[in-house]
Ligand binder design. Structure first.
Ligand code: NAP
Ligand code: MG
Length: 502
């Protein structure tokens, strides 16, 4: 990021703050490139992981997996058809009786082993996740991989203590579970789904998203190396149609889905009347509410983290900023300064804050929504940044001058784009925050604990962070209200979704 560009862009921002002046008009430090160099160990071609081994698909078809950081082909992935899904369910069905009858402590050992194997190869998995999906290496390394391991550790701990999850009752596994996951946190979403299902004694057929199958298939190697009995976990890759075959399969006792609200609604219609259990983790349009009594600098960090973490490909992103009118000027000024320091570019560079957009399709959707917002009168701010020529990149974006009826305020953009609204009173903040079809997350920034608690109870969101945002823990249940879905993942509540109380 050159000084010239920053100066030009921020000339209109007046400040006496010496640090800000340095950023605006002084010599900016340039970072040298700091590329992560550990090998990702991605195979040229992956089959389906069924019955404990990699097998060629009956479809005989494969599709290319490319890296969004440079559009290069990184692997060929098997395209499972209905017959392949049948074989996977048959393997899971065959494995269920023995797996479900194992003492919990024995199942726990396998989960601990998986967690430790993932830790052993953490660096390699982080690099693979970044190459395959485009997220910054520092996030894959410090968030996705350790958090995925943490979910296996946590649920390993539950496996032999299930009587405490439902005191006075018995918790029986459901059977074979079909799981379909999205591309924003490929490894982590897989951990969220596999760990509780396995802890309780279910067996699984799982499909990763088509743009991010690699780390699930690498994880299949760990499943094999951990000696998990064949068929307990089966990973089938493919497109939406493959996901549809998993959802509709008669063997499935439960479907667990994370993805878009549109597909979630289709699944719900498809399962109506079948008696299958269902949990849906869908989209969001989280409100990040900043009151005038908040610690502004911390709030600005929280706003940045809330929307630019993982390029904004976060279902619970704080994509609607609600800022109290009296502090709007100060918050906007500090936010723009902070945005100027964000480094957007090669996700494999350890200095990168905002990596590549996951796919061309997603890049087009973000572009279309923002362009329409600007056409409808939004004031756009983007720091000047040199984006790589190859790959899918989108500069961090602020949209001001918008109202609740703007599409960019109503719809999930799932990119590094923040829409800004203002409010005058706490009631107005709550009203606006709840004025959405979604209900997954919210953040409240205030100096007053009592105000946080009062507002949190009024917000219709599965998670309400207080003076923080995008904080996660395996012990804490996560899930939505309204069109963000139903069911919880994580914590005791998430565990109960995979069992029958008997
Ligand atoms: P998506 O299109 O719904 O895809 C999610 C998964 O479903 C992918 O594996 C996809 O396969 C598969 N799929 C597509 N059509 C299907 C069908 N008809 N039947 C069964 N499976 C089908 O969503 P996405 O665009 O990948 O993911 C982004 C969305 O996920 C966002 O809306 C985000 O908010 C949501 N999300 C929610 C949470 C949460 O916890 N609430 C977490 C992360 C993401 P293909 O990839 O092959 O199309
Ligand atoms: Mg990819």
């Amino acid at each position: 990021m050159g000084m010239e560009g920053v100066g030009r862009n921020l000339m209109s921002v007046k400040t006496k703050n010496p640090v800000a002046r340095e950023l605006l008009f002084g010599d900016l430090w340039e970072f040298d490139p700091a590329p992560e160099s550990a090998p990702a160990e991605i195979k040229g071609r992956y089959g389906l992981f069924i019955g404990g081994k990699f097998v060629a698909p009956k479809s005989k078809k494969y599709f290319d997996s490319i890296s969004p950081r440079n559009e290069e082909k990184i692997s060929e992935i098997a395209l499972a058809n209905g017959a392949d899904v049948d074989v996977a369910y048959a393997a899971a069905g065959k494995a269920f009786p023995a797996w479900s009858k194992l003492p919990g402590a024995e199942r726990g050992k396998y989960l601990y082993r998986l967690a430790r194997l993932l830790q052993d190869r953490a660096r390699e998995f982080a690099v693979a996740e970044t190459i395959d999906g485009g997220k910054p290496i520092k996030e894959a390394r410090d968030f996705d991989v350790p958090m995925a391991a943490a979910h296996f550790f946590y649920h390993a701990g539950w496996a032999d203590k299930l009587e405490y999850a439902a005191p006075g009752r018995n918790l029986a596994p459901l059977g074979v579970v079909g799981q379909v996951i999205p591309w924003n946190f490929p490894l982590l979403m897989m951990a969220w789904k596999l760990a509780p299902a396995l802890a309780l004694g279910n067996t699984v057929v799982l499909k990763p998203a088509e743009t991010t199958s690699v780390t699930a298939l690498k994880f299949a190697e760990l499943i094999r190396d951990a000696g998990l009995p064949p068929g307990v976990v089966n990973i089938v890759t493919g497109f939406g149609e493959t996901g549809g075959a998993i959802v509709k399969h008669p063997t499935a006792a439960k479907i667990a889905f994370t993805g878009s609200t549109g597909v979630g609604k289709w699944i719900q219609r498809e399962l109506a009347g079948t008696g299958k259990r269902l949990t849906l983790e869908l989209g969001g349009k989280g409100a990040n509410i900043v009151f005038e009594d908040a610690a502004i600098d911390q709030a600005v960090e929280g706003i940045i983290n809330g929307i630019f973490f993982n390029q904004g490909h976060v279902c619970c992103a704080g994509s609607r900023l609600l800022v109290q009118e009296s502090i709007e000027g100060e918050v906007m000024r500090k936010l723009k300064l902070r945005m100027n320091t964000l480094k957007t570019g090669d996700p494999l560079d350890k200095n990168t804050d905002i990596g590549a957009i996951n796919s061309k399709r997603q890049w087009e959707r973000i572009t279309e929504l923002v362009d329409e917002g600007v056409k409808d009168g939004a004031e756009i701010f983007q720091p000047e940044c040199k984006l790589p020529k190859k790959g899918f990149y989108y500069a961090p974006t602020l949209l001001g001058g918008v109202t609740q009826s703007h599409r960019v305020v109503k719809e999930e953009i799932f990119g590094p784009v923040l829409s800004v609204l203002t409010f005058r009173t706490p009631d107005e903040a709550v009203e606006k925050a709840n004025n959405t079809a979604y209900g997954l997350s919210a953040g409240v920034w205030t100096d007053k604990g009592s105000k946080y608690l009062k507002i949190a109870t009024q917000l219709k969101s599965g998670v309400v962070w207080g003076n923080s945002f995008n904080k996660f823990d395996p012990t804490s249940p996560f899930g939505g209200f309204k069109q963000s879905g139903f069911g919880r993942e994580g914590g005791r509540q998430g565990l109960l979704e995979y069992g029958e109380l008997v």
